[in-house]
Design a protein around this ligand. Structure first.
Ligand code: AHG
Ligand code: MN
Ligand code: MN
Length: 340
């Protein structure tokens, strides 16, 4: 713990003023997102007392049943961000189309994408959940904003992060010069810098995958996990541990903190779908954070950040975390016969 407490605000002001790493509008945007996360955190913490648990009785564009908190978090993010003048439009897991900033407010040059509430199946059982976000810049031309403007590969992100609502509320952020971690001080009401320049260990003995899908996996994923399970006596010559929280934020947070590999790969359940997780507001921001912390993120064949999105809610196969393990799984994909 540092002696001088650096708030998120001060950290961002210094990034803008001293280092010239971020423009003023981006600083404002990140502050507003953090404020929205703080308010989501309060709603999450109230739980049953705030009447926020349970299903909303509706479905999103992906055919998933929406929880009350999915909708609340989505509204909080929109209301916080629409009037500040820093955004042109927003896109969310919970909205079919893009949300263009209404005419009554000034339009900025940034695009914000989010998974307002990640890990929805964990809300009602009081397990860690979170918010994931990604920031892009509007392409340089003066016509009105369209969905097409969002379809940029992840390497063009200008900021990305997540907030995990767990035993602590923690905001993890990158603007392309490393990964910093902020913890919410509830008494002061502000995020405080608690770790700078996070690095993921290159090697790990911990993997995260939903094992109940094993029978549906592709051969390279099965090979990797089989070798981990074989432990000390197997080809890897060491024992592996397994964790699966079923909130990507919480699994990625563990990996950023102590290393590991996270996989939600393509599988044979619905072969036409490239994966379960969404490219634009789950895989891209997490992939960039992991890379910025020295790890790697691929879809088994190519770097996540190089995948050219064709639609807003596009799905992708995800393998991310400790560099050497991700490279191994990616190599297993290369060595296997090309996917159908
Ligand atoms: P969301 O709650 O935003 O729909 O995302 C859930 C995702 C991700 O957080 C997690 O890694 C994965 O779904 C868990 O899926 P399974 O229930 O299939 O394990
Ligand atoms: Mn999610
Ligand atoms: Mn979600």
């Amino acid at each position: 713990m540092k002696n001088t407490r650096i708030s998120l605000t001060r950290h961002l002001v210094e990034k803008q003023r001293v280092d010239g790493h971020i423009p003023g509008q981006l600083r404002l945007l990140l502050e507003v997102v953090a404020r929205a996360c703080k308010s989501i955190s309060h709603a999450v913490n109230k739980g049953a007392l705030g009447g926020v648990l349970g299903s909303a009785g509706s479905e999103n564009v992906q055919g998933e049943v929406q929880k009350k908190l999915d909708i609340i978090a989505n509204e909080v993010l929109i209301e916080a961000n629409e009037w500040g003048g820093h955004l042109a439009a927003m896109a969310s897991e919970e909205m079919e189309g893009i949300y263009v900033v209404p005419n009554r407010y000034p339009q900025g040059e940034y695009l914000l994408l989010f998974d307002p509430l990640d890990g929805s199946s964990n809300i009602d059982v009081n397990v860690s959940i979170g918010t994931i976000f990604s920031v892009l810049k509007m392409p340089d031309d003066d016509r009105g904003v369209e969905e097409q403007d969002f379809l940029q590969p992840g390497r063009q992100q200008v900021a990305a992060g997540y907030c995990v609502y767990g035993p602590q509320t923690t905001l993890v952020l990158t603007v392309g010069d490393g990964v910093d971690v902020f913890t919410l001080d509830r008494e002061q009401g502000s995020f405080v810098l608690t770790r700078e320049g996070l690095r993921i260990p290159e090697d790990t003995q911990e993997f995260a995958i939903n094992m109940s899908n094993m029978r549906h996996w592709d051969e390279p994923v099965r090979r990797y996990v089989d070798e981990c399970l074989a432990g000390r006596e197997g080809p890897r010559g060491k024992d592996f541990n397994m964790r699966w929280i079923a909130s990507m934020v919480a699994d990625v947070h563990r990996i950023l903190t102590r290393g590991g590999i996270f996989m939600y790969p393509w599988d044979k359940r619905e072969p036409h779908k490239p994966g379960k997780l969404r490219l634009m507001y789950e895989a891209n921001p997490m992939g960039w954070l992991v890379e910025q912390a020295g790890g790697a993120a691929t879809n088994g064949r190519e770097r996540i950040l190089d995948v050219q999105p064709r639609q807003l809610h596009e799905r992708v196969s995800v393998i991310l975390g400790s560099r050497n393990e991700v490279e191994r799984v990616t190599r297993y994909h290369r060595e296997a016969a090309p996917a159908a």
